[in-house]
Write a protein that binds this ligand. Structure first.
Ligand SMILES: [Zn+2]
Length: 216
């Protein structure tokens, strides 16, 4: 199974990618993970990527494409993969088709997670991260015992730049503009599957597996 997962920030895409990849026994290939490794490693690409991400903007295609090409050529991705966070636009989708064509492969399915935007704003803007251990809590859904203090280690909780309402709304707007044509692109290719990403994590996983199962 060679599949792509698309969905707005806050749709639980990373969580589903992890679970689905494990259940389908294929590697999860996430640009988020690749970016974070570059950022924490302080590479030149990482520094460039971080400046864009802190503003809620997308990392430029040429930076991302190079990393994805390397990743998909690795041994563990030869029997299939689940891409999370790539492609984000039609240009990247065309690049992906080219990368796969060079490897004599093609995509089997694109799974779109659909959610309500106001729900996303509520979910994400309430997140608070620990400066000390990275633990994430939520002001409504997982409130700390003492306001502003991490339940896990007693460190200071803060709102990441990514989780500020203004940044979230900007990211949703960017997602809408860039991803609507992407979804159309894959619909035209006849490989688009859309599910509602509401309810529990297990509910969404079940829906995703049912949709993907019809495809393999
Ligand atoms: Zn902590």
């Amino acid at each position: 199974m060679r599949a792509v997962l698309v969905g707005p920030p806050g749709a639980g895409k990373g969580t589903q990618a992890q679970i689905l990849a494990s259940e389908l026994s294929i590697p999860k290939v996430s640009t988020g993970d690749i970016f974070r490794a570059n950022v924490s490693g302080g590479t030149e690409l990482g520094k460039q990527a971080k400046a864009y991400m802190d503003r809620g903007d997308l990392v430029p295609d040429e930076v991302t494409n190079a990393m994805v090409r390397d990743r998909l050529a690795q041994e563990d991705a030869q029997g299939g993969f689940l891409l999370d966070g790539f492609p984000r636009n039609v240009a990247q989708a065309e690049t992906l088709n080219k990368i796969l064509g060079d490897l004599d492969e093609r995509l089997d399915a694109v799974l779109e997670l659909r959610v309500d935007e106001e729900e996303v704003v509520k979910r994400l803007s309430g997140r608070r991260s620990c400066r000390n251990c990275g633990h994430v809590q939520h002001v409504d859904f997982d409130p700390p015992a003492t306001a502003g203090v991490c339940d896990a280690c007693g460190g200071e909780l803060f709102q990441r730049e990514d989780d500020k309402e203004e940044t979230i709304r900007h990211r949703l707007e960017v997602y809408r503009e860039q991803t609507a044509p992407l979804v159309q692109f894959y619909e035209n290719e006849g490989i688009l599957l859309t599910i509602e990403a509401v309810g529990s994590v297990a509910d969404v996983t079940a829906r995703a597996k049912a949709a993907l199962g019809n495809r393999s």
